[in-house]
Design a protein around this ligand. Structure first.
Ligand code: SAM
Length: 223
């Protein structure tokens, strides 16, 4: 599941089945809107321009387009995926209108392990990861890529930014792994989570990773 070719085949096959339908890993926008929208709204209070939100490994999910169409405050939503097939499908089949006339929506073919080559350091407000890390961590090679992806996310997030990772992995395993991975970022990051409840007998979690600032790091140093 860490191979571009696997996902290209998957999206090509789904497209060949007839009418386009957004594919949702775990669940759709409806299940996460109460986590995302209030956070977007509160971040927007300290912003004059549109909040830049990245859906990393968007696939053909409607998550990014739904944020664009429902957020009352201005958002610049970038939906990015390593699969050109997924990106092509989204460009062709998305025709949603924004709630705020200053919002924008774009689709981008991009490898999440190379984010810092595309976005400047400390430029994004929010990064969403619904199933991308979960797909990667299923293989040994993918686990290393997932770590790289998370570190890149932390580097491109503003100090006030958040990476939200939706997952079915238990905090006992995911928190330790995340905490270890973010040690590879110069100033580090804080990791937390909230339970999202059960769906069809499976418990889901929203892991939240926020970059530390230089002054946060200093607070932890002995003088
Ligand atoms: C489990 S799917 C989740 C798709 C979507 N987020 C959703 O909720 O339905 C994982 C997605 O991650 C993408 N992906 C895998 N490796 C990637 C990478 N290195 N960079 C960007 N996207 C990647 C795949 O193409 C696939 O669309």
């Amino acid at each position: 599941m860490d191979k571009k070719a696997t996902w290209d085949r998957f999206y090509k096959e789904s497209a060949s089945k007839g009418e386009f339908k957004n594919f949702e890993w775990f669940f759709g926008f409806h299940s996460v809107k109460n986590v995302i929208l209030p956070m977007v709204q509160s971040m927007s209070l300290s912003h004059e321009s549109a909040l830049h939100i990245l859906d990393m490994g968007c696939g053909t999910s409607a998550l990014g387009p739904c944020i664009y169409s429902t957020s009352p405050c201005a958002v610049r939503v970038t939906c990015a995926d390593i699969s050109p097939e997924a990106v092509k499908l989204m460009k062709v089949h998305t025709s949603t209108q924004p709630s705020n006339k200053n919002s924008s929506l774009e689709f981008l073919e991009l490898d999440g392990t190379e984010l810092s080559g595309h976005f400047g350091a400390r430029t994004l407000d929010m990064i969403l990861d619904k199933g991308t890390t979960d797909a990667l961590v299923r293989s040994k090679e993918g686990r290393a890529k997932a770590g790289q992806l998370i570190r890149q996310c932390v580097q491109i997030l503003k100090p006030s930014g958040r990476l939200l990772q939706f997952s079915d992995e238990d905090p006992d395993a995911r928190l330790i792994w995340l905490e270890n991975e973010v040690k590879g970022v110069e100033e580090g990051a804080d990791v937390g989570y909230q339970e999202m409840g059960e769906q069809r007998g499976v418990s889901y979690f929203c892991y939240q990773i926020s970059p530390r600032t230089a002054s946060d790091s200093d607070k932890g140093k002995l003088v």
